[in-house]
Design a protein around this ligand. Structure first.
Ligand SMILES: O=C(CO)[C@H](O)[C@H](O)COP(=O)(O)O
Length: 232
């Protein structure tokens, strides 16, 4: 299976979080955001252990894969990402993000993920210090900053956690994407753009809206406006 690559840096991207989608109608949810021009789909994988919620595993990813060419941006909110990364890649995940809190040797794991043909990302919970990703962030294709405690859609954006984006941008430079997840909307996008993020995970702000194409447009417009205003 040909792996899809993350969009080149230089664009703003919305990666809509399927967690807020209608799980009884995944095919049409996917088609709708793809038709709106999006390149990425955020797959929220939860194990009921690392986070207090459960979602889906590789068989569901394999079914979704049949319906789209979007990059499957797979966020493993699970205790054993080393055990499950390959089954997700085999099922069609293009990009794997793991939590630094649960991996003993993140640099080795990144090498392993690249060896599987996937792009990869590291992430950290709101309370996890930015120093934990300092060494490995530059080895990734994208770094994900959590601005809510992972587990559920519709939570309030934690501004203090978003500030970590500034330090991570200094560490990785301009050529690695920084994605932000949790409470992202046209209201919070300007702040995270100012901090240096370029990739926006959005659950309620996309799938929670009746007109998804319009919701996506608002978010991307808010990002472009912030960029020109801040001279970024
Ligand atoms: O990882 C997540 C929660 O753990 C999600 O991506 C979350 O669903 C985003 O939802 P919202 O945009 O409504 O905050």
């Amino acid at each position: 299976m040909a792996r899809k690559r993350l969009p080149e840096v230089g664009s703003f991207e919305v990666s809509p979080s399927i967690l807020s989608g209608d799980f009884s109608n995944l095919q049409s949810e996917i088609k709708e955001v793809e038709a709106a021009g999006l390149n990425m789909l955020h797959l929220d994988v939860m194990d009921g252990h690392f986070v207090p919620n459960l979602t889906f595993g590789p068989p569901v990813v394999a079914k979704m894969r049949k319906h789209t060419d979007m990059v499957f941006d797979t966020h493993l909110m699970i205790t054993n990402p080393e055990k499950y990364a390959k089954p997700f890649v085999d099922a069609g995940s293009d990009h794997i993000t793991f939590h630094v809190e649960v991996v003993d040797d993140p640099a080795e794991f990144i090498k392993y993920l690249h060896g599987l043909g996937a792009t990869c990302g590291v992430t950290l919970n709101p309370e996890t210090p930015v120093e934990t990703v300092e060494k490995v962030a530059p080895l990734c294709d994208m770094v994900l900053v959590m601005t809510v405690h992972p587990g559920f859609s519709g939570q309030e954006y934690i501004a203090a956690a978003a500030k970590k984006i500034v330090t991570i941008r200094e560490i990785v430079g301009p050529n690695i994407r920084i994605e932000v997840d949790g409470g992202i909307s046209p209201e919070t996008v300007p702040e995270v753009v100012g901090f240096g993020a370029d990739t926006f995970v959005a659950g309620s702000a996309v799938f929670g809206k009746s007109n998804r194409a319009k919701a996506i447009r608002y978010m991307l417009d808010a990002a472009e406006e912030a960029k020109s205003r801040l001279g970024k």
